[in-house]
Ligand binder design. Sequence first.
Ligand code: DGL
Length: 262
Amino acid sequence: MNAKEKAIGVFDSGLGGISVLRDLKRFMPHEHYLYYGDSSFAPYGEKTREEITKRCEEICAFFIHQGVKAIVIACNTATSACVKELREEYPNLPIIGMEPAVKVAVDGKENQNVLVMATRFTLKEKKFENLLSRYSKQHVIYRQPCPELVELVEHDELDQQDKVENTLREYFSHYDMDEIDSIVLGCTHFIFFKETIRKLCGDRIQIVDGNAGTIRHVKELLAEKNELCDDTKQGSIQIFNSSKDPYYKTLSQKLLESTLGL
Ligand code: DGL
C-alpha cells in the first residue's frame, strides 16, 4: 500500500485520547485513523511504569500489525512511562507523545503561578521533574493529581454537572485560585472539562492543553516524510477498545461527536 494511504494509530488508556482524535480529524480530515482505547486497564495514572509499558507495547504491536504510518500516544501518562522505549523499538516510525503544556502556559511571561492538573503517575515522573526544572526558578508550578476526572469520563458522567463541578471545586479548594495565572490540562481526559473549569474559574485564568501542539507536530512529521494523505481522499476512523463491552465503543463515538472542550 502507498505509504500516504496508511492509517495513523492513536491510543490512550481509555477515552481521553478521543479529544486528540477529534482535533486530528478536524485538522487533517483526509487521513485514516485507528483509535485504541485501553479502557479495561484504565486508569494508567494509578499503575506502575512496568504495567503501563507492557500495555503500550502490546497496543503498538497491534498498530504495527495493522500497518500504520505513525503512532500518536494521546496520553501524557503513557508518554512519560515509555515513549523512549517505544521509539527505540520502532526507530523508523514517527511516534508522537504528549506532555503537560507548561511551556505554553508561561511563554513570554514572568513570575507565573501555574496549576498543572494531570495524573499521579505523570506528576511524579522524572520526565515531569525535568520539565519543571526548566521553569521552576522563574515560576511557581503546583501539581494536582485528578484521578476522579478520568473516572467521570470513563463512566459517561460528563453531563452530571453537579458532580463534575463538585469534583473540580474540591481540587481547586487546595489553592488560592485568585493567585493562579494558568491551568494546564496535562491529561487528555481533562479536555472535556474545559467549559466547566472556565465557568468555575472565570476568564482571567488561562487554560492550556497540549492538543493543538501535538496535532501540528503530527502533520509536520508526516509532511517531512511526504506521507500526508492526498486531500482529494475521504478519511476514516476505526475504533478499537480492550474492553469487549460495546458500551465503550458507543461512548467513544459520543465523545468524538461531542463539542465539549473544543
Ligand atoms: N488520558 C491519560 C493522560 O493523558 C491518562 C488517564 C489515566 O488513565 O489515568 O495522562
